[in-house]
Design a protein around this ligand. Structure first.
Ligand code: ZN
Ligand code: ZN
Ligand code: ZN
Ligand code: ZN
Length: 251
């Protein structure tokens, strides 16, 4: 990518002891063969300085694809130092204040796959708000407070039960957990034999599950089911929850 008149350039400014450098060509720190961010060691071909990551050197049988020179024994220390000392903001910075620690360029993808600020969608019907799970909790508390049921989660399996009355046709209920600022979704789906009730947690899908226990009773209190499961983490409402609970829920 070049600047407005088509030339490629860099700009630099000092911030404390580090120098902030802007790369106008974002591919500069990528391996020119596999196009993934360069990992150390980086090798250069014997005569012309073409570079490749170590995995690519093996794949190309140690023969430079640009000039056919041997490649794989000479390290390119200069570019290794640039890779090591580069940092880049996480792309999720816009979704949460907490992800403000820059990551090295070659760890960027790794970090973003497990970043706690990954975007989650507001479960309120028609609302387009997208943010980190923590910001989403705040948004939900501010804008849709009365559409959620408040709960307190007891991580240690205590006796904190919260009675919830569901109609057969109620398909989704948002549960607002106030100790950990977490949103849960109670799903209720009508099936042939009864209703399927599951609980999921609105957070990035790689995040830890919560244990939960559900007691289901009919109007007459006679058909009682007791079921234990774990939440599925989902960044949006569309994903189904884990193993179902069959119950007879009143009309
Ligand atoms: Zn490569
Ligand atoms: Zn070469
Ligand atoms: Zn991040
Ligand atoms: Zn919303």
């Amino acid at each position: 990518m070049g600047d407005q008149d088509g030339r490629s350039s860099t700009s630099a400014s000092r911030e404390g002891s580090s120098i902030v450098i802007t790369l106008t060509d974002p591919g500069l720190l990528d391996c020119p063969i596999c196009c993934a961010p360069l990992t150390i060691p980086v090798f250069q071909c014997d005569q012309n300085g073409h570079i490749a990551c170590s995995l690519c050197c093996i794949k190309i049988n140690n023969k430079c694809p640009f000039c056919s020179c041997p490649i794989g024994s000479n390290r390119c220390r200069a570019i290794e130092k640039v890779v090591e000392s580069s940092s880049t903001p996480c792309r999720n910075i816009k979704y949460g204040q907490t992800c403000n620690i820059p990551v090295t360029y070659n760890k960027k993808n790794e970090h973003e796959k497990t970043c706690v600020c990954s975007p989650c969608s507001c479960p309120y019907l028609g609302c387009m708000f997208v943010s980190s799970a923590k910001e989403l909790y705040q948004h939900f508390s501010n804008d849709h407070l009365y559409s959620a049921r408040r709960i307190l989660y007891d991580r240690y399996g205590g006796r904190a039960y919260f009675p919830i009355i569901l109609k057969k046709s109620d398909s989704v209920l948002v549960l607002r957990e106030m100790k950990s600022d977490t949103l849960f979704i109670l799903h209720n789906r009508i099936e042939v034999l009864g209703n399927v009730v599951t609980v999921s947690c609105i957070q990035p899908s790689f995040m830890d599950y919560f244990n939960y226990r559900v007691y289901v009773a009919n109007d007459d209190d006679k058909s009682v089911l007791n079921f234990q499961s774990v939440t599925k983490s989902t960044p949006s409402l569309q994903v189904d929850g884990p193993s179902p609970i069959w119950s007879g829920i009143s009309d």
